[in-house]
Write a protein that binds this ligand. Structure first.
Ligand SMILES: C[S@@+](CC[C@H](N)C(=O)[O-])C[C@H]1O[C@@H](n2cnc3c(N)ncnc32)[C@H](O)[C@@H]1O
Length: 206
Protein backbone atom coordinates (compact mmCIF):
# COMPACT_ATOMS: atom_id res chain seq x y z
CA UNK A 1 0.00 0.00 0.00
CA UNK A 2 1.13 3.55 -0.62
CA UNK A 3 1.56 5.68 2.53
CA UNK A 4 -1.70 7.54 1.70
CA UNK A 5 -3.61 4.26 1.28
CA UNK A 6 -2.14 2.85 4.51
CA UNK A 7 -2.99 6.02 6.38
CA UNK A 8 -6.58 6.00 5.04
CA UNK A 9 -6.86 2.31 5.92
CA UNK A 10 -5.64 2.88 9.49
CA UNK A 11 -7.70 6.03 10.06
CA UNK A 12 -11.04 5.40 8.32
CA UNK A 13 -11.52 1.63 8.30
CA UNK A 14 -14.00 1.59 11.17
CA UNK A 15 -15.97 4.57 9.94
CA UNK A 16 -16.58 3.45 6.35
CA UNK A 17 -16.51 -0.34 6.38
CA UNK A 18 -18.98 -2.99 7.43
CA UNK A 19 -17.03 -5.77 9.12
CA UNK A 20 -17.58 -9.27 7.74
CA UNK A 21 -19.90 -11.33 9.95
CA UNK A 22 -22.03 -14.44 9.82
CA UNK A 23 -25.38 -12.61 10.06
CA UNK A 24 -27.48 -10.72 7.58
CA UNK A 25 -27.08 -6.95 7.62
CA UNK A 26 -30.01 -5.12 9.16
CA UNK A 27 -32.18 -3.04 6.84
CA UNK A 28 -30.62 0.08 8.33
CA UNK A 29 -27.06 -1.15 7.69
CA UNK A 30 -27.96 -2.24 4.18
CA UNK A 31 -30.02 0.72 2.99
CA UNK A 32 -28.22 3.43 4.99
CA UNK A 33 -31.38 5.58 4.93
CA UNK A 34 -31.95 5.17 1.14
CA UNK A 35 -34.52 3.19 -0.82
CA UNK A 36 -32.12 1.26 -3.04
CA UNK A 37 -28.79 -0.43 -2.49
CA UNK A 38 -26.29 -1.29 -5.23
CA UNK A 39 -23.36 -3.64 -4.65
CA UNK A 40 -20.12 -3.55 -6.64
CA UNK A 41 -18.10 -6.77 -6.54
CA UNK A 42 -14.32 -6.55 -7.03
CA UNK A 43 -13.98 -2.77 -7.20
CA UNK A 44 -10.18 -2.88 -7.58
CA UNK A 45 -8.87 0.61 -6.83
CA UNK A 46 -12.47 1.91 -6.56
CA UNK A 47 -12.23 4.67 -9.19
CA UNK A 48 -15.68 3.98 -10.64
CA UNK A 49 -17.12 3.08 -7.24
CA UNK A 50 -16.81 6.43 -5.47
CA UNK A 51 -17.68 8.35 -8.64
CA UNK A 52 -20.95 6.43 -9.14
CA UNK A 53 -21.83 6.87 -5.45
CA UNK A 54 -21.17 10.61 -5.65
CA UNK A 55 -23.25 10.89 -8.83
CA UNK A 56 -26.21 9.11 -7.16
CA UNK A 57 -26.58 10.45 -3.61
CA UNK A 58 -30.14 9.04 -3.42
CA UNK A 59 -28.84 5.44 -3.47
CA UNK A 60 -26.80 3.39 -1.02
CA UNK A 61 -23.65 1.64 -2.31
CA UNK A 62 -21.59 -1.22 -0.93
CA UNK A 63 -18.25 -2.16 -2.49
CA UNK A 64 -16.79 -5.61 -1.89
CA UNK A 65 -13.07 -6.24 -2.43
CA UNK A 66 -10.33 -8.47 -1.04
CA UNK A 67 -7.35 -6.44 -2.31
CA UNK A 68 -6.28 -4.31 0.66
CA UNK A 69 -4.46 -1.51 -1.26
CA UNK A 70 -7.72 -1.01 -3.21
CA UNK A 71 -9.65 -0.80 0.06
CA UNK A 72 -7.12 1.80 1.31
CA UNK A 73 -7.42 3.79 -1.91
CA UNK A 74 -11.23 3.80 -1.82
CA UNK A 75 -11.25 4.78 1.88
CA UNK A 76 -9.00 7.70 0.93
CA UNK A 77 -11.45 8.76 -1.83
CA UNK A 78 -14.48 8.43 0.46
CA UNK A 79 -12.84 10.67 3.05
CA UNK A 80 -11.43 13.20 0.57
CA UNK A 81 -14.75 13.58 -1.28
CA UNK A 82 -16.95 13.31 1.82
CA UNK A 83 -18.92 10.43 0.25
CA UNK A 84 -21.82 9.62 2.58
CA UNK A 85 -23.55 6.77 0.75
CA UNK A 86 -20.77 4.21 0.20
CA UNK A 87 -19.44 1.53 2.54
CA UNK A 88 -16.87 -1.19 1.99
CA UNK A 89 -16.80 -4.84 2.95
CA UNK A 90 -13.25 -6.23 2.81
CA UNK A 91 -13.93 -9.91 2.27
CA UNK A 92 -14.62 -12.58 -0.34
CA UNK A 93 -17.82 -11.68 -2.20
CA UNK A 94 -19.22 -15.23 -2.21
CA UNK A 95 -19.12 -15.39 1.59
CA UNK A 96 -20.49 -11.87 1.90
CA UNK A 97 -23.46 -12.69 -0.35
CA UNK A 98 -24.23 -15.92 1.48
CA UNK A 99 -23.77 -14.67 5.03
CA UNK A 100 -24.53 -10.95 5.05
CA UNK A 101 -26.97 -10.08 2.27
CA UNK A 102 -30.68 -10.85 2.72
CA UNK A 103 -32.60 -12.32 -0.25
CA UNK A 104 -34.65 -9.98 -2.50
CA UNK A 105 -32.94 -6.87 -1.13
CA UNK A 106 -30.51 -5.55 -3.78
CA UNK A 107 -31.40 -3.18 -6.63
CA UNK A 108 -28.26 -3.76 -8.68
CA UNK A 109 -24.95 -5.55 -8.90
CA UNK A 110 -21.95 -4.07 -10.72
CA UNK A 111 -19.07 -6.30 -11.79
CA UNK A 112 -16.54 -4.35 -13.81
CA UNK A 113 -13.66 -6.21 -15.47
CA UNK A 114 -13.60 -9.35 -13.29
CA UNK A 115 -10.30 -11.26 -13.35
CA UNK A 116 -10.28 -12.84 -16.82
CA UNK A 117 -8.22 -15.97 -16.08
CA UNK A 118 -7.36 -16.17 -19.77
CA UNK A 119 -5.75 -19.65 -19.80
CA UNK A 120 -8.26 -22.39 -20.56
CA UNK A 121 -7.09 -24.50 -17.62
CA UNK A 122 -7.92 -21.56 -15.30
CA UNK A 123 -11.40 -20.80 -16.67
CA UNK A 124 -12.99 -22.57 -13.71
CA UNK A 125 -11.53 -19.88 -11.44
CA UNK A 126 -13.57 -17.18 -13.15
CA UNK A 127 -15.97 -15.47 -10.75
CA UNK A 128 -19.01 -15.42 -13.01
CA UNK A 129 -20.28 -19.01 -13.23
CA UNK A 130 -23.84 -20.30 -13.06
CA UNK A 131 -23.68 -20.98 -9.30
CA UNK A 132 -22.48 -17.46 -8.65
CA UNK A 133 -25.22 -16.00 -10.84
CA UNK A 134 -27.82 -18.05 -8.89
CA UNK A 135 -26.57 -16.32 -5.75
CA UNK A 136 -26.96 -12.90 -7.33
CA UNK A 137 -30.45 -13.76 -8.63
CA UNK A 138 -31.52 -14.70 -5.11
CA UNK A 139 -30.24 -11.45 -3.62
CA UNK A 140 -31.75 -9.16 -6.28
CA UNK A 141 -35.13 -7.51 -5.80
CA UNK A 142 -37.65 -7.95 -8.56
CA UNK A 143 -36.68 -5.37 -11.21
CA UNK A 144 -33.08 -5.29 -9.96
CA UNK A 145 -30.20 -5.59 -12.43
CA UNK A 146 -26.84 -7.22 -12.92
CA UNK A 147 -24.42 -5.09 -14.94
CA UNK A 148 -21.23 -6.90 -15.96
CA UNK A 149 -18.45 -5.52 -18.17
CA UNK A 150 -15.31 -7.21 -19.50
CA UNK A 151 -12.67 -6.65 -22.16
CA UNK A 152 -12.05 -10.41 -22.67
CA UNK A 153 -14.19 -11.60 -25.55
CA UNK A 154 -14.04 -15.24 -24.52
CA UNK A 155 -15.12 -14.36 -20.94
CA UNK A 156 -17.88 -12.12 -22.32
CA UNK A 157 -19.21 -15.05 -24.36
CA UNK A 158 -19.11 -17.23 -21.25
CA UNK A 159 -20.90 -14.60 -19.11
CA UNK A 160 -23.51 -14.13 -21.84
CA UNK A 161 -24.13 -17.91 -21.95
CA UNK A 162 -24.41 -18.21 -18.17
CA UNK A 163 -26.76 -15.22 -17.89
CA UNK A 164 -28.90 -16.34 -20.81
CA UNK A 165 -29.34 -19.73 -19.10
CA UNK A 166 -30.32 -18.06 -15.81
CA UNK A 167 -33.78 -16.75 -14.97
CA UNK A 168 -32.58 -13.17 -15.45
CA UNK A 169 -33.78 -11.33 -18.55
CA UNK A 170 -31.51 -9.52 -21.00
CA UNK A 171 -32.44 -5.84 -21.15
CA UNK A 172 -30.83 -5.69 -24.62
CA UNK A 173 -30.95 -8.00 -27.64
CA UNK A 174 -27.41 -9.23 -26.99
CA UNK A 175 -24.57 -7.09 -25.56
CA UNK A 176 -25.73 -3.92 -23.82
CA UNK A 177 -25.12 -0.40 -25.05
CA UNK A 178 -22.26 1.30 -23.26
CA UNK A 179 -23.78 3.00 -20.20
CA UNK A 180 -22.73 6.64 -20.24
CA UNK A 181 -23.04 6.88 -16.43
CA UNK A 182 -20.30 4.26 -15.87
CA UNK A 183 -16.90 5.88 -15.25
CA UNK A 184 -13.87 4.12 -16.69
CA UNK A 185 -11.80 1.84 -14.44
CA UNK A 186 -8.14 0.99 -14.07
CA UNK A 187 -8.52 -2.39 -15.77
CA UNK A 188 -10.63 -0.91 -18.53
CA UNK A 189 -7.80 1.50 -19.33
CA UNK A 190 -5.33 -1.40 -19.50
CA UNK A 191 -7.67 -3.31 -21.81
CA UNK A 192 -8.16 -0.31 -24.09
CA UNK A 193 -4.38 0.19 -24.27
CA UNK A 194 -4.22 -3.37 -25.68
CA UNK A 195 -6.96 -2.38 -28.15
CA UNK A 196 -9.44 -4.79 -26.57
CA UNK A 197 -13.14 -4.27 -27.26
CA UNK A 198 -15.41 -3.70 -24.26
CA UNK A 199 -18.40 -6.03 -23.77
CA UNK A 200 -21.26 -4.92 -21.52
CA UNK A 201 -24.16 -7.03 -20.25
CA UNK A 202 -27.27 -5.85 -18.43
CA UNK A 203 -29.73 -8.43 -17.14
CA UNK A 204 -32.84 -7.87 -15.01
CA UNK A 205 -34.63 -9.96 -12.38
CA UNK A 206 -38.27 -10.30 -13.44
C1 LIG B 1 -9.32 -7.45 -12.72
S1 LIG B 1 -9.66 -6.63 -11.22
C2 LIG B 1 -10.80 -5.34 -11.72
C3 LIG B 1 -10.89 -4.25 -10.71
C4 LIG B 1 -11.82 -3.08 -11.08
N1 LIG B 1 -13.21 -3.50 -11.13
C5 LIG B 1 -11.42 -2.45 -12.38
O1 LIG B 1 -12.18 -2.56 -13.36
O2 LIG B 1 -10.35 -1.83 -12.42
C6 LIG B 1 -10.73 -7.75 -10.37
C7 LIG B 1 -10.87 -7.46 -8.89
O3 LIG B 1 -11.80 -8.36 -8.32
C8 LIG B 1 -11.35 -8.70 -7.03
N2 LIG B 1 -11.97 -10.00 -6.69
C9 LIG B 1 -11.82 -11.17 -7.35
N3 LIG B 1 -12.53 -12.14 -6.76
C10 LIG B 1 -13.15 -11.56 -5.70
C11 LIG B 1 -14.02 -12.07 -4.69
N4 LIG B 1 -14.40 -13.35 -4.67
N5 LIG B 1 -14.45 -11.20 -3.75
C12 LIG B 1 -14.08 -9.90 -3.76
N6 LIG B 1 -13.25 -9.38 -4.69
C13 LIG B 1 -12.80 -10.19 -5.64
C14 LIG B 1 -9.85 -8.76 -7.16
O4 LIG B 1 -9.20 -8.60 -5.91
C15 LIG B 1 -9.56 -7.63 -8.12
O5 LIG B 1 -9.28 -6.42 -7.44
Amino acid sequence: MSPAQQNAYDTHFEQFTLPFRDNYLTMEELYNGKKNVIIEIGFGMGDATHQIAQDNPDKSYIGIEVHRPGVGKLLYQIEQNNVQNLRIIEHDAVDVLDRMIPDDSISGFHIFFPDPWPKKKHHKRRLIQSEFVSRLEKKLKSGGYLYAVTDWENYAEHIMDVLTESSLENRYKHYADSQDWRPGTNFERKGREKLHSIFEMMFIKK
